[in-house]
Design a protein around this ligand. Structure first.
Ligand code: SF4
Length: 232
């Protein structure tokens, strides 16, 4: 089943890495079974609300963003609602999340730009989305994947860490992580794979203390294999 995807999308595996294709197939099979319908943990009802929630989520947990937005989105729902706020008003509403001062500024500027330049609609391309204040490549990818069903790999701290530990990529550059993952993961799986690495990073492959002893991916994991070699 998975093999057919590899044939269809002609994944271009790096030369000389014979195990990578097989490993990716088996990693995908494991994740498919463990997390069959992965979705973003951010709560939203419209693409605009997802955009705002994603801007707010930088260096803040999704749980905290959801908590704040449960009340915020009852009062303000559309670009027009947010564009009417002044920065101090919005700061008061979202002051319990990190970097709330800058985020308030970005959210109001982005809302104004969506009204003025995009007729109140969220643009559906990465090029246009990243013109919005506070919207980088990762945020754009999250919106494209979750609101518009476009296959993307948004690289957050979990995706970055787990992809490197597993040995699927070898780079400290986030944009390069995205590019390199897109070379080894079949195109039909980009969005799911992004969610899967986040879930695995939150639950098992934690930043400070990865739970390698109970990780079912340890036999594919470069970090784990290196730890074993060092111990022997
Ligand atoms: S074996 Fe350890 S480092 Fe490797 S993916 Fe699992 S938890 Fe992470």
């Amino acid at each position: 089943m998975i093999n057919s995807y590899f044939n269809i999308f002609l994944v271009d595996f790096p030369e000389g890495d014979d195990n990578l294709e097989k490993n990716i197939e088996e990693i995908i099979e494991y994740f498919e079974e463990k997390y069959p319908d992965p979705e973003t943990a951010l709560n939203y009802k419209t693409p605009f609300q997802l955009l705002i929630a994603t801007i707010m989520s930088a260096q803040t947990t999704d749980v905290q963003v959801n908590k704040v937005n449960e009340e915020l989105f009852k009062k303000y729902k559309t670009p027009s609602d947010f564009a009417k706020l002044n920065v101090e008003e919005l700061q008061k509403e979202i002051q319990s999340i990190g970097l709330y001062k800058n985020k308030s500024k970005y959210i109001i500027e982005t809302s104004k730009m969506i009204l003025e330049d995009y007729n109140g609609e969220i643009p559906k391309s990465r090029k246009e989305l990243t013109k919005l204040p506070g919207v980088g490549r990762k945020t754009a990818n999250v919106v494209l994947a979750n609101a518009f069903n476009q296959e993307t790999i948004a690289v957050d701290t979990h995706v970055f860490r787990v992809a490197n530990r597993l040995g699927l990529v070898h780079t400290s550059n986030r944009d390069q992580v995205e590019q390199d993952l897109m070379k080894v993961v079949p195109g039909d799986y980009w969005t799911k794979f992004h969610h899967w690495l986040i879930f695995h990073g939150r639950e098992v492959c934690k930043a400070r203390k990865p739970r390698c002893d109970e990780c079912e991916l340890s036999s594919y994991c470069e970090y784990y294999q290196n730890q074993i070699k060092e111990a022997n």
